[in-house]
Design a protein around this ligand. Structure first.
Ligand code: FES
Length: 119
C-alpha cells in the first residue's frame, strides 16, 4: 500500500485534528488515546464534513449531522442516522448504509504517513 508523507506528529497533538488533502480525498487526521487515525472527511450518509465529529471513548467517530457512528479502526457502521428522532431514521433510509473509508497511518521517525487510498 503506497504511503504519503504528511507532517511532523507535533503538528497534531493529542486530542487535536487536522484535515489534509491526499490525492482526491480530504482526510481527517485525529490524534486520540496516543494513536493517529485517518478517516474520510465526508460522511457516507449525505457526504457532509466530519471534521467537527465527536470521538467516543471506544474510538468511534460520530457524524455531527445525523449522528451516524463509525468504528475508527475499521470504518464499520455502529449506528446509522439516528438523529433527530424519527426524522433521522427517515433520512437514513434515503442512503444505503455504508462504511466510512479509513486510511492506514504510520509514524516514521516523528513524521506521520498515511495511505494514498483507503484500507
Ligand atoms: S451526514 Fe453524517 S449522519 Fe447524515
Amino acid at each position: 500500500m503506497k504511503m504519503v508523507k504528511l507532517f511532523p506528529v507535533s503538528e497534531v497533538p493529542e486530542n487535536a485534528r487536522k484535515v489534509v488533502e491526499v490525492g482526491s480525498y480530504k482526510v481527517l487526521i485525529i490524534h486520540t488515546k496516543g494513536k493517529f487515525y485517518a478517516v474520510d472527511n465526508h460522511c457516507p450518509h449525505m457526504n457532509l464534513p466530519m471534521n467537527s465529529a465527536k470521538v467516543t471513548d471506544d474510538c468511534a467517530i460520530v457524524c455531527p449531522f445525523h449522528r451516524s457512528a463509525f468504528d475508527m479502526e475499521t470504518g464499520n457502521v455502529k449506528e446509522w442516522s439516528p438523529w433527530p428522532p424519527l426524522v433521522g431514521k427517515a433520512l437514513g433510509a434515503l442512503a444505503r448504509e455504508k462504511a466510512l473509508p479509513i486510511f492506514k497511518t504510520e509514524v516514521r521517525e516523528g513524521v506521520l504517513w498515511v495511505s494514498e487510498q483507503p484500507k
